[in-house]
Design a protein around this ligand. Sequence first.
Ligand code: S3P
Length: 446
Amino acid sequence: MIPLLSHKASHLSGTATIPGDKSISHRALMLGALAIGETTISGLLEGEDVLHTADAMRAMGAQIEKDQSGLWHVHGVGLGGLHQPDAPLQMGNSGTSTRLLMGLVSGHNITASFEGDASLTKRPMNRVTKPLEMMGAAFEASEGGTLPLTVTGAQDVLAIEYELPVASAQVKSAILLAGLNARGKTTVIESKPTRDHTENMLRGFGVDVETKLLDDGRLAVSVIGEQDLKPCTIHVPSDPSSAAFPAVAAAIIAGSQIHMPRIGMNERRTGLFTCLKEMGADISFENEREENGEKIADITVKGGPLKGITIPEARVPSMIDEFPILAMAAACAQGTTHMTGLEELRVKESDRLLMVAEGLKACGVELEMGADSLTIHGNGKPPPGLKERGAKIATALDHRIAMSFLVLGAVTDEPIEIDDGAPIQTSFPTFISLMNDLGLKIESAA
Ligand code: S3P
């Protein structure tokens, strides 16, 4: 456990280099490992989650190295060429590694076991095992369908058509990745569009992926199996989900102005920025451009007063990881912020709805939590902070809960202590130094 303390900061200023996008980094390593030849990746996120994916792909035969200039080189094994790993694959805290790799293994005639930490071991895996079983894979899971579990891939992978019961890019991606080895067309239908990095990157590797808007408004994403992946060069954009933390920190502290170049602007990821704008934040996007099928832009955020908003449910998938940090902005805003359709937050790295509600209450914020909703009442001033001596925010192995409350500590009169900052390494290893360079005051509380 690494307890951390965040003290009141005067304002934020400067330019920040946000690390690479986590979702895109996982996919770059996985698809590079399926291509024959060398894929080069710049800007790869070197957080623990992505390093678990790299280790797993190595254990299944890919050669993956980082050179002295920071570029990553992946020599793939070719579609269908993954080796059976000798030992269980260690997934740490990473749901994305686990679910996407379960898809990859399911499409290969190999057996692999998956193990994870105390947080990952609680997360539901049935959502992926169910469609992957339909494709011919077999699973031996722990009680409740959770990790540790063992997957035996299909000998003949069946192409399926599957409607997602939950809006999940991880489930969609697992099916599409298994479908790469199926004979015929695998289709995933989604009623709420989720991040499409898998589709975009497959196209970059030369695979035909079809996205069709159905008459009823649902989206059908299809891949025809047995197409070879051609190696390519990938520039990973900076992660908008990580940029969210400095963005909110700057937005809630008057007099702040920060600049963040090359942030991923995929429309299925930018819900937080839309909300902040509606709340009255001063955010501008410059040099909008596209690289590797992904939109990027340079972002400037200035501090100022915010007001409460109601977030439309349709926006939830495009900011699924950003509710904890949005809640911190809502706690500082004038008026009520209402969020619904948040049932998926209960099964993230922690029960995020609960952890946010309990933490904010301890900091003196008025709120109501429902089964899938959160209503936060702000009075236009920062909340008081942790009044009780020795009180700490519980983070439950959740990096985004940890980072969110450290951001809030920059505005509360009382400093905010979190019980464990170690999980920040999973997604944003440079978080503390980057935030402190911008003007935050985060230090060890040990
Ligand atoms: C991710 C998808 C989201 C998100 C996660 C990363 C991905 O999960 O919460 O951090 O890379 O596909 P779900 O697909 O389960 O919503």
